[in-house]
Structures are given as C-alpha cells and as structure tokens.
Write a protein that binds this ligand. Structure first.
Ligand code: HEC
Length: 116
C-alpha cells in the first residue's frame, strides 16, 4: 500500500488512526473537509464536527467506520439519510478521514513523531 509514501510522516502522524481495521478507508482528510462542507454536514454538526448546532458531536473520536457509514446511509431520525446517489462512498470515506484527522486537544504531545 502506498499510504506512507503518498502522505509522508507528518501527514501520517496527523492522521494516526486513519485506517481502522487496516485500510478499508484509504481516504483523504483534505478532500473530506471539502466534502463535509459541500454536503452541508457542518450546518448541523459544526465545521469541526464539534456538534452543538442541531446534530451531535462527530469529532474528535468519531464512532466506528461501519456504524458511521450505516448511520449516514440509513438515518431515519432527525438527520436526513444520504444515499450513495447524493454522497458517494469516496466522499463519505473522505469525510470520515477528515473527522478522524481532527485532533483531540493536547493529544499531539503523546505522538512522538510530532515532538521531534
Ligand atoms: C439537518 C441537520 C443535519 C445534517 C445536515 C447532518 N446531520 Fe448528522 N446528525 C444530525 C442529528 C440531529 C443527529 C442525531 C440523530 C439521532 O440521534 O438520531 C445526527 C447524527 C449523526 C451521526 C451519528 C453520530 C453518533 O454518535 O451516533 C453521524 C455519523 C452523522 N450525523 C454524520 C453526518 C454527516 C457525515 C453529515 C453530512 C453528510 C451529516 N451528519 C449531516 C443532524 C444532521
């Protein structure tokens, strides 16, 4: 997998935990941020996924990828569902990567690569 080569150590450190279960989501946090804005997730969940507007907090520490995807595709509560026609699997994976890339406050201190 070209993950490390493609992103470099700094991006890798920033995205630690980006690939739960070993790479189901080879996704881009950068593109995900754009998709997150474009699809209007921010309107309810806030620009940093912090929640508090109408939806709950999505980040830091998003729910597991499977649960995340299932919820967005199949919500039948207050959040509208996003079928694949509206939100592609790629965009959804990127959005998940973006949410995962949002750092926890002070967490960088525990990542040795970022302290070099
Ligand atoms: C119209 C407002 C609205 C928009 C737009 C919206 N959401 Fe939500 N979202 C909600 C609400 C409200 C909930 C809580 C729903 C519930 O508990 O049934 C929620 C819940 C969620 C959850 C479940 C979180 C958890 O911890 O269970 C996920 C994941 C999620 N949203 C992702 C997204 C994504 C990704 C987008 C953009 C593609 C998005 N939402 C757009 C309102 C919204």
């Amino acid at each position: 997998m070209g993950f490390v080569r493609a992103f470099g150590p700094a991006a890798l450190a920033a995205g630690l935990g980006l690939l739960p279960g070993g790479g189901a989501f080879a996704a881009s946090a950068e593109k995900g941020k754009a998709a997150y804005v474009q699809h209007g997730c921010w309107q309810c969940h806030g620009f940093q996924g912090q929640g508090g507007v109408a939806g709950k907090a999505l980040a830091p520490d998003p729910i597991a990828a499977e649960a995340f995807t299932a919820f967005v595709r199949g919500s039948n509560g207050p959040m509208p569902p996003y079928p694949e026609k509206i939100l592609s699997n790629d965009d959804l994976a990127d959005i998940y990567a973006y949410l995962q890339s949002i750092p926890k406050p002070a967490d960088h201190k525990s990542i040795p690569l970022l302290n070099q």
